[in-house]
Write a protein that binds this ligand. Structure first.
Ligand SMILES: NC(=O)c1ccc[n+]([C@@H]2O[C@H](COP(=O)([O-])OP(=O)(O)OC[C@H]3O[C@@H](n4cnc5c(N)ncnc54)[C@H](O)[C@@H]3O)[C@@H](O)[C@H]2O)c1
Length: 300
């Protein structure tokens, strides 16, 4: 019996197919590292199980398309955990964007960054991902969701310096410009090197300028400040909050909603195609970074 068997009182497996063959399972949540979502996803689909895949759906569009093609073949539904679609602040802004009085969006800015511990201490797989796959796909999905249209073209610049010197061969920071089908331009910035002293593990900001309105969200100012003798902490109370052992918040809601949509036969709030579109943008951003030119989105 391994430690997790004892901690959670469940039987665990090292082989996903063995688990799927031996257990009565209604649905599967896939939370392997970014680059390793495809194999367990295909295994679950081939056993006819609906899946909730942690973002990103995959780190190549080829893998993402394989997952979606197999899901179609086996008539299995795919959801992707883009949890920002459950963030109350983001839902509020999206509702306002849909209010005709706001006018058309003209310009958008979004950043989402992590402290340097994430790629250097939390994961041993950061070099197989990047701030674009890990954080950028959250933003690209949210931009599509806010705008209600697709990205046409991207141009990106980025730096590989700090993490490379620490033996992690991936980007420190990337700035991408996204040209949207509705004529709005977005700047999306993602970094994995916020200083260790930052008051929480990540930071995020959004600003959208419309013809008649402007919206701002700041994930750093969500109303709680905790001081001790060494550091200020600013936890995001909307994300995951433990209330007497019952967790809630937009870190948990996508999982509850996945089950709710399955039980009630409702469309998922973020589905497999959303996962593919975010990955196509991520791939175009990486291509632009490597070639130094603007890249048009390639959709079949
Ligand atoms: N929805 C979100 O906002 C959100 C938040 C954090 C992480 N994530 C995503 O969840 C996934 C997991 O992140 P994490 O923070 O839990 O990472 P982690 O490294 O803490 O955990 C990954 C787990 O997968 C196991 N594993 C490693 N390689 C495997 C393989 N080839 N097959 C099966 N299992 C394997 C590891 O033993 C570990 O238990 C990532 O894709 C990450 O981007 C999503």
């Amino acid at each position: 019996m391994c430690i997790r068997d004892r901690q959670y009182n469940v039987k665990t497996y090292n082989d996903v197919n063995e688990m799927l063959d031996n257990e009565e399972i209604d649905a599967v949540s896939i939370a392997t590292p970014d680059a390793f979502h495809m194999d367990p996803a295909l295994a679950a689909i081939r056993h006819g199980k609906p899946i909730l895949v942690e973002k990103p759906l995959a780190t190549t569009s080829e893998d993402a398309k394989k997952i979606l093609a197999e899901a179609e073949k086996y008539n299995v539904r795919v959801a992707v955990d883009y949890h920002k679609r459950w963030d109350p602040a983001a839902i509020n802004v999206r509702n306002e964007l849909q209010n005709e009085e706001s006018g058309a969006p003209i310009r958008g800015y979004m950043c989402m960054d992590d402290i340097i511990d994430v790629p250097t201490e939390w994961f041993n797989w950061a070099d197989k991902s990047s701030p674009v796959h890990f954080l950028g796909t959250h933003c690209y999905d949210q931009v599509r969701w806010y705008m209600g249209c697709e990205v046409e073209e991207v141009y990106a610049v980025g730096t590989k310096k700090v993490l490379k010197a620490r033996g992690v061969d991936t980007y420190d920071s990337i700035q991408a410009t996204l040209k949207m089908e509705n004529g709005c331009y977005w700047t999306v910035e993602n970094s994995w090197i916020l200083p260790k002293g930052f008051a929480k593990n990540n930071d995020g900001r959004t600003q959208i300028l419309c013809e008649n309105a402007m919206f701002r969200i700041d994930s750093q100012n969500r109303g709680v400040e905790i001081y001790n003798n060494s550091k200020l902490r600013t936890p995001n109370s909307y994300f995951i909050l433990n209330n007497c052992g019952r967790p809630s918040g937009f870190g948990i809601e996508p999982i509850n909603d996945f089950i709710y949509c399955l039980q009630n036969d409702l469309p998922f709030i973020a589905d497999g195609n959303d996962g593919l579109q975010a990955e196509l943008i991520a791939e175009a951003v990486h291509e632009s970074l490597e070639k130094g030119v603007a890249v048009k989105l390639k959709r079949d």
